[in-house]
Design a protein around this ligand. Structure first.
Ligand SMILES: Nc1nc2c(c(=O)[nH]1)N[C@H]1C(S)=C(S)[C@@H](COP(=O)(O)OP(=O)(O)OC[C@H]3O[C@@H](n4cnc5c(=O)[nH]c(N)nc54)[C@H](O)[C@@H]3O)O[C@H]1N2
Ligand SMILES: Nc1nc2c(c(=O)[nH]1)N[C@H]1C(S)=C(S)[C@@H](COP(=O)(O)OP(=O)(O)OC[C@H]3O[C@@H](n4cnc5c(=O)[nH]c(N)nc54)[C@H](O)[C@@H]3O)O[C@H]1N2
Ligand code: SF4
Ligand SMILES: [Mo]
Length: 698
């Protein structure tokens, strides 16, 4: 028996773990009480780290699709085949004919993160996609325009705030997002114990709503009106106290004139007196933090929502104030080191719909049409890394069809899921405990600064390769066929992730190194969030323009739709996460999926009654882009007029090799979501607020 320290990288909380080992087997998982950020917290998903290791469905060697099913092939053959196919597609059809999709776990893996982006750039294609456009791009878009870098993301100072105002986030389940906050339930309870308040706006009375002082239903997709009305109210009351480096309040005030509490109330369903009172309380709270996540990012006006949330903090002087929202000061600071693109947009557009790129990526909602629409520049080959866009991108069923039409597809993944089943070759990487970890992304948004480097806990199985080793080797063989890639990308691809992190730590604000962090295995505490503005702004003159022209113009274009009350007959679909789910994966862990089914469509009892539906019975849900059948459950916790279905379910598909998950039932919410519905500014898919109809299944 031995005890080893690990860092869980399944979600953004980055919990420190203590693992009890018996040989190579994990016999116990506990939270590491000595970790300065997670302080002993862990959630049930940590058990999956062991389950992935033992999963008989997990791929351990490269597999090639053959008419008789998957056949294992040696790594060198797989590398040569993939390099040759990618190079040939480029030679015959141009660089844009090869598309890349990077899934969410890429940002959770040190080596995938250091090596996947340079590899994607090496391919020279404009058709780069990722889960970012299904998630947090509105945050990045607003940060770029307000603070000068897409990665200057203010973090709620949850441990010191007096008023936590949240929109469309469920941290009690997600453990915080763009706000790494392990143990968030305790943090919220502490906030209330010290006399603070939490107010939440969400169309579902969620697990987090139960922790809050106040929860209000808001009609999906309308939050921008709510938030901007609050900003307008604060300014109109003369309560604005922006920092001296903030400009543009006059232009802002004019632009917000239409967003009165009364008009916002009519569209959002939130009473005008609540809008007014919460705005006034927020402005008067002293130390207050406004925050919003997936529910207000992946919707029609995600960028306007995130802008409004920044404005709430900015106009009340809560940006960069302890107890407000502050920029973290991570040990590897890519913004300071200029290791990372501050962001750009519209340098090119998607071929079919003419959608602008952001930060070098096109909206994932455009991937299927780029594959299916003939013409010059049509996508004919695809590389996916750690993603399942058939379950995570809008109209996944259409994307699935498109993947079947590709000339060639390769996936880096250890599972044959709804997406990778279409691949010609799957290259499986090592698992999370077999590799070193330092979190390059989520330390940027953690509620406390901490640096933790965890060497691999367990030896890899013979013949296993890390994601970055796979990419490095693919790059080497591809470069023999195509002279491609910038000098810096080629250099990075040759370094080890550990070396890259070491360089970043040495150049960082604390002058650390991997060697130093190895001497602090529980993580080095770098203290609470601290004020750092305007010094760290990347804008011209280190000033913040509260009303950048692109956002004003976006608001102008959105105004009519935003202030139009939705048709009462419509049901609006929203998503749902569960503590024991992780997007579309981890469903093959028997321990995590046991218990009551959690894939049901939730609907308010009045809405069930109005449609003659039976609680628990099967229903047909239809949208403009698709339909699914699923069981419906009556729930007083959803707002009337709203239905909720989680994404990532529906694994019982031919070819999917997930023996536990395939028995789960359920349907994919993304067989209903609509690629045409986007947040116009950032290109993020509007996965929430999708109009649907629900009828009994006869
Ligand atoms: N257990 C678990 N943890 C996870 C994940 C997981 O799958 N499972 N996924 C991880 C990932 S990738 C992410 S990005 C984060 C997400 O972290 P969160 O954003 O905190 O999690 P969600 O559950 O998506 O919360 C979104 C909330 O928005 C609400 N909502 C939907 N539409 C609207 C709307 O129009 N307006 C408003 N105001 N609210 C709306 C939903 O009801 C939901 O409660 O979680 C991460 N952590
Ligand atoms: N309707 C609706 N759709 C959504 C959302 C929603 O709230 N509602 N949420 C969106 C959000 S926030 C996100 S982040 C996306 C997620 O979308 P994706 O990233 O496309 O999907 P995941 O389900 O996270 O799939 C992760 C895949 O990576 C593999 N994997 C895990 N770890 C590794 C690794 O270390 N290396 C490699 N190579 N592979 C690995 C897993 O086996 C799995 O196949 O979904 C989005 N889609
Ligand atoms: S909260 Fe997130 S990081 Fe912590 S144990 Fe659970 S899945 Fe892992
Ligand atoms: Mo996400």
């Amino acid at each position: 028996m031995a005890t080893r320290l690990a860092t869980c990288n399944l979600c953004e909380a980055m919990c420190g773990l203590r693992l009890d080992l018996d040989g190579d087997r994990i016999t116990g998982v506990r939270g590491d009480a000595d970790d300065p950020l997670s302080a002993g917290h862990l959630c049930p998903k940590a058990l999956a780290l062991q389950d992935i290791r033992e999963d008989p469905d997990r791929l351990r060697r490269p597999v090639l699709r053959t008419p008789d099913g998957w056949r294992e092939i040696p790594w060198p053959d797989a590398f040569d085949l993939v390099a040759a196919k990618l190079a040939r597609t480029r030679a015959e059809h141009g660089a844009d004919a090869v598309a890349v999709y990077l899934g969410n776990p890429v940002v959770h893996s040190m080596g995938a993160l250091t090596h996947a982006p340079p590899f994607a750039r090496l391919l020279g294609t404009r058709n780069r996609f990722s889960a970012a456009s299904l998630d947090q791009l509105p945050h990045q878009y607003v940060a770029r325009h307000l603070y000068g870098s897409q990665w200057l993301l203010p973090v709620p100072d949850i441990d010191r705030t007096a008023y936590f105002l949240a929109f469309g986030a469920n941290p009690a389940v997600s453990n915080g997002s763009v706000m790494s906050a392990p143990g968030i339930v305790r943090r919220i309870r502490d906030l209330r114990a010290r006399g603070g308040r939490m107010v939440l706006f969400d169309p579902r009375r969620t697990e987090t709503a139960r922790l809050a002082d106040e929860h209000h239903f808001v009609r999906p997709g309308t939050d921008a009106a709510l938030i901007l009305a609050m900003v307008g109210r604060i300014i109109a009351e003369g309560a604005a106290r922006p920092a001296p480096y903030v400009d543009g309040l006059d232009r802002l005030t004019r632009a917000l004139a239409a967003f009165t509490p009364e008009r916002a109330a009519a569209v959002t369903g939130v009473p005008a007196e609540v809008i007014v009172r919460v705005a006034d309380e927020f402005a008067a709270a002293g130390a207050a933090a406004a925050y919003g996540r997936v529910g207000v990012s992946t919707q029609r006006f995600g960028t306007l929502c995130q802008w409004g949330i920044q404005l709430l903090n900015l106009v009340t002087g809560n940006l960069d104030r302890p107890g407000g929202t502050l920029m973290s000061r991570p040990a590897v600071d890519p913004v300071r080191n200029r290791m990372i693109d501050p962001g750009h947009e519209d340098r090119w557009r998607s071929r079919v719909r003419g959608l602008p790129e952001f930060g070098g990526e096109l909206p994932a909602a455009a991937l299927a049409e780029e594959i299916r629409t003939p013409g010059k520049g049509q996508v004919r080959a695809l590389l996916t890394i750690a993603g399942n866009p058939v379950r995570s991108a809008p109209a996944g069923h259409e994307l699935s069809r498109a993947l079947g039409e590709l000339d060639f597809m390769v996936s880096l993944d250890f599972y044959v899921n709804e997406t990778t089943r279409h691949a010609d070759v799957i290259l499986p990487p090592t698992d999370l405990l077999e590799r070193d970890h330092y979190d390059l992304v989520f330390n940027l948004v953690a509620v406390r600064d901490r640096a933790r480097y965890t060497p691999a806990v367990l030896p890899r199985t013979p013949d296993a390769r890390h994601d970055w080793e796979i990419l490095r080797e693919l790059a080497r063989r591809y470069r023999r066929l195509v002279r491609a890639g910038s000098l810096s990308d080629r250099l990075v691809l040759r370094l080890t992730p550990e070396r890259i992190v070491d360089l970043g730590l040495r150049a960082g604000p604390y002058r650390l190194s991997v060697a130093k962090l190895r001497r602090h295995p529980h993580g080095l505490d770098l203290g609470p969030l601290r004020p750092s503005l305007p010094g760290r702004l990347r804008t011209r003159g280190r000033r913040v323009d509260a009303a950048p022209p692109v956002l004003l113009a976006g608001l102008e274009r959105a105004r009519d739709e935003l202030l139009t009350a939705p048709r009462a007959a419509e049901l609006l679909l929203i998503g749902r996460r569960h503590l024991r789910d992780d997007n579309s994966w981890l469903h093959n862990s028997a321990r995590l999926v046991k218990g009551r089914p959690r894939h049901h469509l939730l609907m308010h009892p009045d809405d069930l009654r109005a449609r003659g539906l039976t609680d628990g019975g099967p229903v047909r849900v239809r949208s403009r882009s698709g339909e699914v059948t699923v069981e419906v459950s009556a729930s007083e916790d959803v707002m009337p007029g709203v239905v909720s279905l989680p994404h990532g379910y529906g694994h019982d598909r031919p070819g999917v090799l997930l023996s536990v998950a395939s028995t789960l039932g359920g349907a994919s919410a993304n067989d209903l979501t609509d690629p045409a519905r986007l947040d116009e500014l950032s290109g993020t898919a509007a996965l929430n607020g999708v109009p649907v109809t629900v009828e009994p299944l006869r």
